[in-house]
Design a binder for this molecule. Structure first.
Ligand code: ZN
Length: 305
């Protein structure tokens, strides 16, 4: 009898300690979300005005990659068939209004093809953008899209020393996975294909971080069918409460913050100089602020390996 009482008592103690320490399941995006959306648009032409209004209407965030050398000008782009396409670029005094709710990023001062120019010229293209865009916006500029999507390992490495933390290509993956290299960030698809993948993403319910990464040019929306598709895409994805709409820079910062979190079988510790991060525990979603530690019982996945 005495043995039985001890056994019951120790089981009770064991279970109550289980209750106090939750199990770690996985990292999530803010508010426990597992899905994210990045909308990345290039060139900074005046059609961005209508696009940003559409995004604002649906509370979606875009990353707008600008060529600082063309801000406020009209430029003719010669085409292979002999025609010239004229582009009008947003003016510097309207940057604050147009991109108020959106990220501003680098796209090369003069939109040169990085695989056709020297390292010195590449650095000039990037650093001039960084300097001018920072000066005009008073913001921290950390993202870029490669002009023509052209890059390679050595270009990506070169640019990673400038303060840029992510570089987007145009090599569509048609997947919802996170990139292996933030500096060679291959998107899910161009916006002309985005509707084809929308239902799959809206219905997706995986316990892992995913990303729907759409890119394009607002000047392509002169085609009414494409514009209507974009309106439909934004209306539908804007209603999804489980998708984090985020700029590429903020997303990169968040993913890097997760990488810095220390985790073992007993605790999860967010370094004091880190961003807040969100975790999924057996007891629910928790926000772990910088410098905070949570004691855990077990780790459900071997995420720290
Ligand atoms: Zn471009």
């Amino acid at each position: 009898m005495k043995r039985l009482i001890i056994l019951i008592f120790s089981s009770f103690l064991f279970c109550s300690s289980c209750k106090q320490k939750p199990s770690f399941i996985d990292f999530t995006y803010p508010d426990g979300k597992h899905k994210a959306l990045v909308l990345s648009y290039d060139d900074g032409t005046i059609q961005d005005i209508e696009l940003t209004q559409l995004l604002d209407k649906h509370k979606l965030i875009g990353t707008f990659n600008l060529n600082s050398g063309y801000i406020g000008v009209t430029r003719g782009w010669p085409q292979k068939n002999g025609d010239t396409i004229y582009q009008k670029y947003v003016s510097k005094d309207s940057l604050f209004i147009i991109y108020k709710n959106h990220e501003i990023a680098v796209h090369g001062e003069l939109h040169k093809n990085f695989t056709d120019i020297t390292n010195k010229e590449i650095l000039k293209e990037v650093n001039t953008d960084l300097e001018i865009l920072t000066q005009l916006t008073k913001r921290e500029i950390i993202s870029m899209a490669y002009p023509f999507g052209s890059t390679n390992d050595s270009i990506a490495k070169l640019i990673s020393n400038t303060g840029i933390v992510n570089g987007r290509t145009v090599a569509d993956t048609y997947k919802f996975s996170l990139p292996e290299n933030y500096m060679i960030w291959n998107p899910t698809c161009h916006d002309s294909k985005a509707l084809d993948y929308l239902s799959e993403y809206l219905e997706m319910d995986k316990q892992e971080l995913s990303l729907f990464y759409v890119w394009g040019h607002s000047w392509e929306f002169g085609d009414t069918k494409r514009w209507n598709n974009m309106v439909e895409f934004c209306e539908k994805i804007g209603k999804a409460k489980d998708i984090w709409s985020v700029g590429n820079g903020e997303l990169t910062k968040y993913l890097k913050a997760i990488e810095r979190v220390e985790i073992n079988e007993k605790k999860i510790m967010n370094p004091a100089d880190n961003e807040p991060i969100w975790i999924n525990l057996s007891t629910g979603i928790e926000k772990l602020k910088a410098g905070e530690t949570i004691k855990i019982k077990t780790v459900a996945n071997n995420v720290y390996n």
